[in-house]
Design a protein around this ligand. Structure first.
Ligand SMILES: Nc1ncnc2c1ncn2[C@@H]1O[C@H](COP(=O)(O)OP(=O)(O)OP(=O)(O)O)[C@@H](O)[C@H]1O
Ligand SMILES: [Mg+2]
Length: 327
């Protein structure tokens, strides 16, 4: 499969006075054509900021991409002008945001909100855009489409709004769809329907998906390749089956252990001890060391790099450093 997007050494920081948060710290990844890459990790680990960096939507002046390249079909997105980036966003890359309610305009009818990008980016006439909007509403599984087009966002349920967000996102037939926690706020039945729908669109159009979630059940359902982030860095990545069958990093192992399994019910659900480090107090150590049951001296003083530990699997952990093992 060909690379669609390749990110090299991306760092995005937020600066407030003398405080500096390395929200995304030297992250490299790629998404191939037709592939679903899932990004997982606890709250605050930099998942959304990675997505916002790709979309060119990091909020200035506090937030800034300080380093890196984001190649999308040969172009470095970080070198594009605001206009070029806007065109790309309207056509080739779409995003479903973490909070759908806040991305829809409460005073505009649903239909108008779907029509607007069709008129602006695809230059459809008002009439054609309206017809296409109704078609899209039907496509995301909502009946009475014409009536829904004439409704306001507050008249729709959360699940319906999320479908509308998907309708807007796929209206341009994007090559890459970035979905940031698209089903977190929904009940499991609706979640399954929405994930199915994303999968269907992906198969129909060979679209690639970057799916951000903290739900490992969603990862297992959707991912071809998984990226595990912790405190702004990738700590493990790999092909989905390998990562689930043989997680190497103690953090990934902890995440998988935290997932409830019905036939292994315990008195108390497992959770990784401790907390994500304060982003303002990061040192040269492995960021996970004080939560890790395998912590060694070196982990407290030096951060391990992401290295290949098996075919299609990389881990940043001293447990797997050859020199250390052979010492
Ligand atoms: N606008 C901002 N200003 C300052 N700091 C920010 C801003 N946006 C994000 N951050 C910081 O960047 C870090 C990464 O945040 P991000 O939103 O990417 O986390 P996340 O992995 O998406 O978490 P969640 O699962 O809660 O959505 C956090 O420490 C957060 O506080
Ligand atoms: Mg987020």
């Amino acid at each position: 499969m060909k690379d669609l997007m390749k990110i090299d050494h991306l760092s995005t920081y937020f600066v407030n006075g003398t405080d500096q948060v390395k929200a995304v710290d030297d992250v490299s990844l790629r998404v191939r054509e037709g592939e679903t890459v899932c990004i997982v990790g606890e709250s605050g680990c930099g998942k959304s900021v990675t997505a916002m960096s790709i979309m060119g939507l990091v909020e200035e002046p506090g937030g800034k991409i300080v380093n890196g390249e984001i190649h999308f079909e040969g172009r470095d997105l970080l070198q594009l002008s605001k206009n070029e980036l806007r065109t790309l966003r309207g056509n080739e890359i779409s995003m479903i945001f973490q909070e759908p309610m806040s991305s829809l305009n409460p005073v505009l009818k649903i239909g108008q909100q779907i029509m607007e990008p069709l008129i602006v980016h695809q230059k459809l006439s008002k009439k054609d855009a309206r017809n296409r909007a109704i078609e899209l509403i039907e496509q995301v599984g909502i009946s009475r489409a014409a009536q829904i087009a004439d409704s306001y966002p507050h008249e729709l349920s959360g699940g319906m709004l999320q479908r509308i967000m998907i309708a807007i996102a796929i209206s341009s037939s994007p090559k890459l769809l970035i979905a940031d926690e698209p089903t977190t706020a929904l009940d499991v039945t609706i979640q399954a329907q929405i994930l199915d729908m994303l999968r269907k669109f992906k198969e129909q159009s060979n679209m690639s998906i970057m799916l951000i979630t903290h739900d490992l059940g969603v990862v297992a359902e959707m991912a071809d390749y998984v990226i595990v982030m912790y405190a702004g860095k990738i700590v493990e990545e790999g092909e989905v089956v390998k990562l689930f069958q043989n997680p190497k990093h103690p953090y990934t192992q902890g995440l998988l252990k935290s997932k409830p399994v019905i036939n292994q019910r315990q008195d108390e659900l497992y959770s990784i001890p401790g907390q994500v480090p304060n982003p303002l107090e990061l040192t040269e150590s492995c960021y996970f060391h004080d939560r890790c049951e395998h912590c060694m001296d070196i982990c407290r003083t030096k951060r391990p790099e992401l290295k290949e530990v098996a075919e299609q699997q990389k881990t940043a952990c001293w447990l797997y450093e050859e020199a250390l093992v052979n010492a």
